[in-house]
Ligand binder design. Structure first.
Ligand SMILES: [Fe+2]
Length: 294
C-alpha cells in the first residue's frame, strides 16, 4: 500500500489514482483556532441518524447537531473550514478542481474506538465509500481529512486498492447481477421514470448499475467476515495536525480509533483523471464489457 508524503516533485494525481494515501505533515494545511473553538464546543447528537456533524456546502446547511447548540456559529465555522479545505485541494490538484463537484464536509467529534453503530454504519470495518442519496455515475469520491485532535493520532486501516480488490472479490460480491441490470431494457425505462419523478420534485434516487453495485459492495464488505479477516491490511497512525487525501471508493478503509477530525469531500470527474482507466467504474467495465454508468 502506497503511503506517500507529499513533495513538490510528486505526481499527486497518480498517487491518488493508484490507491495511495497522499499525506501532508502537520503545518501544511491548518484549521484556524477560531474555527476549532466553535466546533469542539459543539455537541454532536449521538442518538441522531447522522454519524457526524455534516455541512452541505452548496445548501449552506448543517445537520447532526444536538439541540441547544448555536447552529449559526457552527454553520459559520464549517463554512470557513470548507472554504479553506477546498482552496487547499484546488491548489494541489488543479486538474481535478476544474471539473469536480463539491460535496459535503463533516466534523467527526465522537471517539471511533468502541463506537456503537449498526453494522452498515460502522467505521471500524474495511469498506469502500458509496453514497445512498448521491450517485456518482462513474465519477470518484475524493476526501481530504485533517486530524484536529491536538494529542491523539487517528488510527486508520486500509487494504489493497480497487484494481486488486475487484480482481479478487467483485464476482463473489455479485457483479453479474449488475451487469444483467445494465443490459436489461427495463433499466433505461426505469431510469427515465425516475428522472421524471425527480423533476416533479419526488425524492427518488436515480442511480446507474455502477452506483447500485458500489452501494451493495459497501454493505457486502462490512458483512463479510472472511474478507475482513483475511484481506491484506495496512495500518497508519495519522498524527495530530496532519492532513491526508484519498479516493475512498478506490481504497478500502476503516477507522479504528481517534476523535476530532475534519473532512471535505469532492466528486472528481472520471474524465479529469490522469488515467481515466484507473477509475473503479472503468475497471469494472473492462472486466465485464458492460456499460455500467448509464
Ligand atoms: Fe468510509
Amino acid at each position: 500500500m502506497n503511503f506517500v508524503t507529499a513533495s513538490p516533485d510528486a505526481d499527486f494525481r497518480t498517487v491518488l489514482e493508484n490507491g495511495g494515501i497522499l499525506f501532508f505533515p502537520p503545518g501544511e494545511f491548518s484549521v484556524p483556532a477560531s474555527v476549532l473553538d466553535v466546533l469542539t464546543g459543539a455537541t454532536q447528537d449521538a442518538r441522531s441518524i447522522h454519524k457526524n456533524i455534516a455541512y452541505k456546502t452548496n445548501a449552506d446547511n448543517v445537520s447532526g447537531l444536538a439541540g441547544g447548540d448555536s447552529a449559526d456559529r457552527v454553520r459559520e465555522a464549517m463554512r470557513e473550514y470548507s472554504k479553506l479545505a477546498l482552496s487547499f485541494m484546488a491548489r494541489i490538484l488543479p486538474d481535478y478542481a476544474r471539473g469536480w463537484k463539491v460535496d459535503y464536509s463533516s466534523f467527526r467529534s465522537i471517539e471511533e474506538r468502541g463506537r456503537a453503530l449498526p453494522l452498515n454504519k460502522r467505521n471500524d470495518l474495511l469498506h469502500l465509500d458509496a453514497f445512498p442519496t448521491r450517485p456518482v455515475f462513474g465519477d470518484l469520491i475524493l476526501r481530504c481529512f485533517t486530524n484536529v485532535n491536538p494529542e491523539q493520532a487517528r488510527e486508520w486501516l486500509t487494504s489493497d486498492p480497487f484494481a486488486q480488490f475487484a480482481g479478487r472479490e467483485a464476482h463473489h460480491a455479485g457483479l453479474e447481477d449488475y451487469v444483467r441490470l445494465a443490459r436489461s431494457p427495463f433499466h433505461s425505462l426505469a431510469r427515465g421514470v425516475k428522472r421524471a419523478f425527480r423533476s416533479a420534485g419526488l425524492p427518488v434516487v436515480d442511480r446507474s448499475p455502477y452506483d447500485a453495485f458500489m452501494l451493495h459492495l459497501h454493505a457486502w464488505m462490512k458483512a463479510n467476515g472472511t474478507y475482513q479477516e483475511n484481506c491484506p491490511k495496512y495500518r497508519f497512525d495519522l498524527p495530530p495536525g496532519s492532513t491526508w487525501l484519498v479516493f475512498t471508493d478506490v481504497v478500502p478503509h476503516a477507522v479504528l480509533g481517534g476523535r476530532l477530525a475534519l473532512e471535505q469531500t469532492v466528486i472528481v470527474s472520471r474524465s479529469s483523471l490522469a488515467d481515466p482507466g484507473r477509475a473503479p467504474a472503468s475497471i469494472l467495465e473492462k472486466m465485464t464489457g458492460a456499460d455500467l454508468t448509464n
